[in-house]
Design a protein around this ligand. Structure first.
Ligand SMILES: *[C@@H]1O[C@H](CO)[C@@H](O)[C@H](O)[C@H]1NC(C)=O
Ligand SMILES: *[C@@H]1O[C@H](CO)[C@@H](O)[C@H](O)[C@H]1NC(C)=O
Ligand SMILES: *[C@@H]1O[C@H](CO)[C@@H](O)[C@H](O)[C@H]1NC(C)=O
Length: 421
């Protein structure tokens, strides 16, 4: 009898031993599988992706928020009609929120935006003909509330200067990973950093997102380029036309954090030619009132949404209805750095718009800043026969568009001692 019990006991012991071994093996397998997937994801992950996970954790903690006092102008409220279009409704509901909060301490407006995809059903309830929207518009609609992508490559000391010195002009150029040649042409010509006449300081940053999945992965080159030139800012969102408004928003935030005392900002594309000296002369000629509320460029007035779904600037009728406030063509425009805090903050009461320069125009209009026309900005280019003529360019501030070779040639000719105009 006892032996039988011992036998049972031994069998039980042996089987539980086997079970323990089996279980720990199972765990090992699971762990090694997990490690393998982690390793392979590390292997395929770009340096940026690896950075991004650590950065994301940090960016979730909101930095303390100090609200700049501002009002939203009557002009803007009147410009944007109240109607059934999705964006118009979204805007006026945010404006109501703004007004209701006026007498209370306003809460951090950033907390209102939650970055999660809207359900298709909910969007469809709000937009009757959603099925007829272009596919890319769906991406835009889904990302409308995503305003806080982590920064992957930063330039912390871009604006760090000796005491009492400040950056006079910052060139902020919208670019994409694959446009290295354009960036290099800008670095070698109109975007050259340093000290100009009268000792004014000029700096340059290029604003990048991540390349699309269809593009070859250039992350390695981009990080090398950033190390080499220290002028790239890269955020963790997909570089696309509809994401340019997001690019603007994160750039405002970047200035606020890293370059708050810059005097003027030039924001533009990487396929333009800018005449740095003419820009500096113009900025230095402004009186203090003009200098503190500058928004200038080629101002597009009385524009309205284009309704042809095949073009880049298409805006569906059920998305936005009404005219556009006057806005400076996004190819290149200038504005005062001291407007950045209120621009950034007012943008939390204006829903993202798929066209970035229209959106910028709205932000300025909301602050009651009127745009001023400057004839030297030619975002629709000049007469064909003048395009290689350095003399003609001497009086212009900006032309669109020029490729890197044309940019190099124009710059050389403009600065040639042989040039007689
Ligand atoms: C906003 O408007 C109110 C009333 O018109 C005015 O008292 C206040 O000073 C304005 N605030 C700013 C920051 O302009
Ligand atoms: C805010 O307070 C002022 C004066 O106390 C009052 O006239 C105004 O109607 C209030 N505004 C709102 C939106 O409650
Ligand atoms: C903008 O970027 C986000 C984040 O990468 C992406 O999910 C979204 O699809 C992009 N939107 C558009 C319209 O390309």
């Amino acid at each position: 009898m006892r032996i039988k019990y011992i036998k049972y006991f031994l069998v039980a012991l042996a089987s539980s031993f086997c079970f323990v071994i089996f279980y720990s093996k199972l765990k090992d397998v699971a762990r090694s599988q997990r490690e393998m997937t982690e390793m392979s994801s590390v292997k395929t992950a770009t340096p940026q992706q690896r950075v991004s996970t650590t950065v994301r954790k940090i960016s979730n903690i909101m930095t303390p928020y100090k609200l700049t006092p501002f009002n939203i102008s009557e002009g803007f409220r009147k410009d944007i009609p109240k109607n059934g279009a999705y964006w118009n409704r979204k805007l006026h509901s945010l404006l109501r929120e703004f007004d209701n909060a006026v007498n209370q301490t306003r809460k951090d407006p950033r907390s209102r935006f939650r970055c999660r995809p809207e359900s298709f059903e909910l969007l469809q309830t709000n937009i009757q003909d959603l099925q007829s929207y272009p596919l890319l518009y769906m991406d835009f609609l889904n990302g409308m509330e995503c305003r806080d992508p982590p920064i992957l490559i930063n330039q912390h000391s871009k604006c760090a200067l000796k005491e009492n010195d400040q950056i006079f002009l910052l060139f902020a150029i919208k670019s994409t990973s694959k446009h290295f040649e354009r960036r290099q042409a800008i670095r070698e010509t109109w975007g050259r950093e340093g000290s100009y006449d009268n000792g004014v300081q000029v700096r340059t940053v290029f604003l990048l997102g991540r390349s699309s999945l269809d593009d070859p992965n250039l992350d390695k080159l981009v990080s090398l380029e950033a190390q080499q030139f220290q002028d790239l800012l890269v955020w963790d969102f997909q570089d696309s036309f509809y994401n340019l408004t997001l690019k603007e928003h994160v750039f405002f935030k970047w200035i606020l954090d890293h370059c708050p005392s810059v005097s003027f900002i030039f924001k533009g594309d990487d396929d333009v030619f800018a005449n740095t000296q003419a820009i500096l002369n113009h900025l230095q000629s402004l009186d203090p009132a003009q200098a503190s509320s500058l928004y200038t460029g080629q101002i597009i007035e009385k524009a309205s949404p284009l309704r042809d779904s095949k073009i880049k600037y298409y805006v569906p009728q059920t998305f936005y209805e009404g005219p556009y406030p006057p806005y400076a063509g996004g190819g290149g425009f200038l504005f005062s750095g001291n407007l950045i805090p209120s621009l950034y903050h007012v943008s939390f009461y204006i829903p993202f718009f798929p066209i970035d320069d229209v959106y910028t125009g709205m932000c300025f209009k909301a602050l009651g800043i009127s745009s001023s026309i400057h004839g030297g900005f030619r975002t629709f280019d000049i007469r064909e026969q003048d395009r290689e003529n350095a003399c003609v360019h001497k009086d212009l501030l900006l032309v669109h568009k020029r490729n890197p070779q044309q940019t190099m040639r124009l710059w050389r000719n403009m600065h040639s001692s042989m040039l007689t105009c």
